[in-house]
Design a protein around this ligand. Sequence first.
Ligand code: GAR
Length: 320
Amino acid sequence: MKSINKLQQKWGVGQVQFWLIMTTFALGGSLSGYLNKLILKLVFLDKNLAYWLIYPLLLTILWPFSVILVSFVTGQFSFFKGYLGRIWGRLSGGPSTMGSKMGSETLGSGHSVSTSPIHVAIFASGAGSNAKKIIEYFENKTTRIKISLIVCNVPSAGVLDIAESKGIPTLMINKTEFASTGYVESLHNADIHFIVLAGFLWKVPEVLVHAYQPGMKIDSSVVNGKVNTARGIINIHPALLPNYGGKGMYGSRVHEAVVAAGEKETGITIHWVDAHYDEGDIIFQARCAVDASDTPTTVAEKIHVLEHQHFAPTIESLLK
Ligand code: GAR
């Protein structure tokens, strides 16, 4: 079960899609075996040495075509197009495109250009105090990390004023298009390598999770003839996940629930983003006490202190 969960996270897919992918692998494998035997039967009269030499070769050639064919039926064409593309990229000596979300060590391995900037997009829906801290942390540093885009879904959000005052371009998004395309093309065109959710309240669609898996190619981002690769998506949550997370648990609602439950302690969690609310692998947590006199407002203040202190350095350590 654990390895199934890991694979789901790695591919950025939910349970239903995971089993559709597995079915496609199984049926594609059977189909290629069947076609292989059929073709060889037409060519060879008996199973001589040449038969057994050609058998694995033809099977290898037929397998991707069979899997793609079956993927149309199972509705997994876009997954297999990317999957086979990545295998082909590795076989032909291109950059590795199947990085893992599990650690910063693997994060670096898919990135082909070590001196070029790492462009970060911050997604935010509200005041943007975290976005501001992150921008300020990196703007006066000698670093490859550049906060290059603010993505926002609320026209009145304070984060837009921050972006304007810092001269950072913004991308306003709408729910329908976000759910269907994840704005992957716009993010690729803006050369974004890494995504930070800082108070962003919509669920990230699978298409975006998948496109920004560490190691996925960003075709429009070519430096010195080499294609850059994605570095992942992370989120900050104002509680100690897995507690007080999931759909509807955001901002003040989290602090209200923490106080109502009489918790003695709360904190922040920075985690990788998968296609489920607040469920990706945890990267970092910090804690603070909840005193008897605390209210949701004072807890929110304590949480913001922790977030402002730890978010930017965590991003920095992931992108080293
Ligand atoms: C932050 O506390 C962040 O953890 C929370 O929204 C706040 C945004 O504050 N995010 C969530 O609740 C996500 N589930 P900010 O706009 O001042 O950065």
